[in-house]
Structures are given as C-alpha cells and as structure tokens.
Design a protein around this ligand. Structure first.
Ligand code: MN3
Length: 208
C-alpha cells in the first residue's frame, strides 16, 4: 500500500522570515505536518486491514481519522507551495488573467486581501482560508474550511490559494493576534504559483 512521506519544503526554514520565523516553520513542518503524515499512514493501514477482514464497522470508524489526517497532509503540502520567500517573488502579483479577475470581482488586490482576512479571522476555532475557483460559475471565491477539511471535498471548488489559521501557524510570533498574522502573510504569498493554478482552470482556457 502507498505510504505517504512528508514533502520537503520548497525553501529553507528561515526563508520566510520575518513574516514566519524559522522556529515556527520547523515545528509546523517537522512536527505538525509530520504527525498528520504518520497518522494518515497508520489510519490507512488499519483501514486496509479492516477491509481485508471485511470488518465494515471498523472501516466506518476509521473514516474520521482518514479525513482529518489526510486533509492535514494535503492542506499543508498545498500551503507550503502557496508561499514563497520575498527574495523569490513572494508577495508580488504581476499583471495577467488572475490579477484582472481579482480586480474585476473585488475591485483591487488590497480590497480582496481585506475581505479574505476578515473571513479567515472570523473562523471559529481552527481552519483554513482559501481562494477557490468555482467551476460552475467560473468565478473566484473566498472560502473557509474548518479543522483539516479540504476545499474540494467541502465545497466542490478548485483550490488556488490556502492560508493556515490554526494557532500553531502563528502563535509563537503573533500570540493570539490572528489578524496581525493575516496582515503579514501576504508578503510571502507565491502569486506566480497561484496564477499558474488559476491558468490551469481559467475560463478562457476552458472555452478554447
Ligand atoms: Mn498547520
């Protein structure tokens, strides 16, 4: 059976400083993300054993662990790829289809960020803020999910950008001030990667 392994960070642990400290990155990647990975593998192994034994009730019982740890595994991998050091273009959204679409729907990048941060700050407990592409309406949408739920499973959208608002993502530096962390995080958003994801599903591409 496939064993999931902890994906490597696409940059150094200290590369997102001062926005995200090396200490936070080490803990977040080597402890938190690693734990989701190990727990996912353990749950999948138990699930395979239960399936082999045709133990249907045990299979049902393992679904929450698979959802939680599997979501934690996927969301964090997607989060690391959503960020980039400032020196490598983090925080810069060049013109293009995504920039135009954000402007059209939200007025400006600043206004988009303001709306995103308000929604993400308001998540009760732990969760994630997302920019998603809605395949039905062909529009961008600011969404949230709780715990380790994924955008695709929860809302049926294509994820473009993800921000972790679990306390472990910011507490060492920003303490309880989630809005302060959210204000800073945009300095290290990898807009080139987000644009690439958008282009893969953008309306113009779909229609041609
Ligand atoms: Mn996290």
């Amino acid at each position: 059976m496939k064993k999931f392994t902890l994906p490597k960070l696409p940059y150094d642990y200290a590369a997102l400083e001062p926005v995200i400290s090396a200490e936070t990155m080490h803990l977040h990647h080597e402890k938190h993300h690693n734990a989701y990975t190990n727990n996912l593998n353990a749950a999948l192994e138990k699930y395979a054993a239960a399936e082999a034994n045709e133990d249907f009730e045990s299979m049902i019982g393992l679904q929450q662990a698979i959802r939680f740890n599997g979501g934690g595994y996927l969301n964090h991998a997607f989060f690391w790829e959503t960020l980039a050091p400032k020196a490598e273009g983090g925080g810069e959204l060049a013109g293009g289809e995504l920039a135009n679409q954000i402007k059209e729907q939200f007025g400006s990048l600043e206004s988009f960020i303001e709306k995103f941060n308000a929604k993400a700050a308001a998540i009760q407990g732990s969760g994630w803020g997302w920019l998603g592409f809605c395949p039905e309406n062909k529009i961008l949408m600011i969404m949230t999910t709780l715990n380790q739920d994924t955008l695709k499973v929860t809302h049926g959208m294509i994820p473009l950008l993800i921000i972790d608002v679990w306390e472990h993502a910011y507490y060492l530096q920003y303490k309880n001030a989630r809005p302060d962390y959210l204000k800073m995080i945009w300095q290290v958003v990898n807009w080139a990667k987000v644009s690439e994801r958008y282009h893969a599903c953008a309306p113009s591409k779909i229609m041609t």
